[in-house]
Ligand binder design. Structure first.
Ligand SMILES: O=C(O)CCC(=O)C(=O)O
Ligand SMILES: [Fe+2]
Length: 317
């Protein structure tokens, strides 16, 4: 299936204070359609300044290009939190990659930290990395809330209720590097087929084509190449839960075959750590109703992380 089948949505009329209610509604309807059909769309006119995108992308590229193994290991995930820091995922079948991950800080609730609880570990170099991440995250949280408002408008549900579940979003910012493939291919670079488990993912990536693939409605894999200046967005399992499956949390994977590395930066806009995610749309279909009974986001997150951590090579204590 050609790439054009993923919709490209201009979000600017929703953000502009001068837009009419109808113009805002039109954007909301476009988003709603994309969420019901592909579960993936490109978002342009998002209002995140270009220099913020360029800065974080360049710092992430520089980090992976110049950081020694020793310095990476100093940033390795801590054994309690298991979330924030550097990790190398090695999986011969699904593909391998390395990542430096940042999360909303969460204070430990018990005497010792648990999974997902802790503070970020910042690399010393590039020295602009921390401010690039913090400025970017601040803007991305605003964008995430604005998209949620648009979806609430389209779904005809209480905006305040929707926003109250994401106003302290447990965001995750991953910086990922897929190694360049040598010939013959030694360790396959990539990430196995999965759905994201949060609400919305906003992907920023370098210009590499042909690596990220999305499962289409008919079950075929299609490439989702970057469009400069636009985010590639997809929905996570929590949004499917909210809408009783009307919105699709679509499977995707990365198979990176190029001989140069690829750097990608997904921003995961997830619910508040303690949010209970219950469907917000009325039930209608007796067959599917039983499947959407509500989940506590934190429980879902911890379950998903325990599974994902199976292929992490080393954890620091
Ligand atoms: O690297 C990419 O393009 C996608 C990464 C991804 O799907 C994920 O981290 O959940
Ligand atoms: Fe993903």
């Amino acid at each position: 299936m050609p790439m054009e089948t993923l919709p490209i949505i201009d979000f600017s009329p929703f953000l502009l204070p001068t837009s009419t209610p109808q113009e805002r509604r039109d954007v909301a309807v476009e988003l709603d359609q994309a969420c019901r059909n592909a579960g993936f769309f490109y978002l342009k006119g998002h209002g995140v300044p270009r220099d913020l995108l360029d800065n974080i992308r360049q710092d992430a590229i520089d980090f992976f290009k110049t950081t020694s193994e020793e310095d990476k290991q100093r940033l390795a995930l801590k054994s309690d939190d298991k979330a924030r820091g550097y990790s190398k995922h090695v999986d011969a079948e699904k593909g391998s990659h390395e990542a430096l991950d940042f999360y909303r800080p969460v204070a430990p609730t018990e005497s010792r930290c648990g999974i997902g609880q802790g503070v970020n570990q910042w690399p010393a170099k590039p020295d602009t990395f921390r401010s690039a991440v913090e400025t970017y995250v601040d803007r991305m949280e605003r964008l995430g809330r604005a998209v949620i408002e648009a979806l609430a408008l389209a779904l005809g549900v209480d905006v305040k209720l929707f926003v109250s579940r994401v106003d302290k979003a447990f965001w995750q910012l991953r910086t990922i590097c897929y190694g360049g493939q040598t010939s013959p291919v030694s360790a396959k670079a990539g990430i196995g087929e999965h759905t994201d488990f949060g609400i919305l993912t906003f992907l920023l990536a370098d210009s590499t084509k042909g690596s990220l693939q999305v499962r289409s409605k008919t079950g075929e894999w299609m490439h989702a190449d970057p469009i400069e200046g636009a985010f590639l967005c997809n929905l996570g399992d929590m949004l499917a839960e909210w809408t009783r499956g009307a919105y699709k949390s679509t499977a995707h994977r990365v198979i990176h075959l190029s001989n140069t590395p690829r750097v990608s930066i997904p921003f995961f806009f997830d619910p508040n750590w303690d949010a209970i995610i219950e469907p917000v749309v009325p039930s209608g279909d007796e067959e599917t109703d039983g499947r959407y009974v509500g989940v506590r986001y934190r429980d879902r997150y911890i379950g998903a992380m325990e599974e994902a951590l199976g292929d992490v090579e080393a954890l620091a204590v």
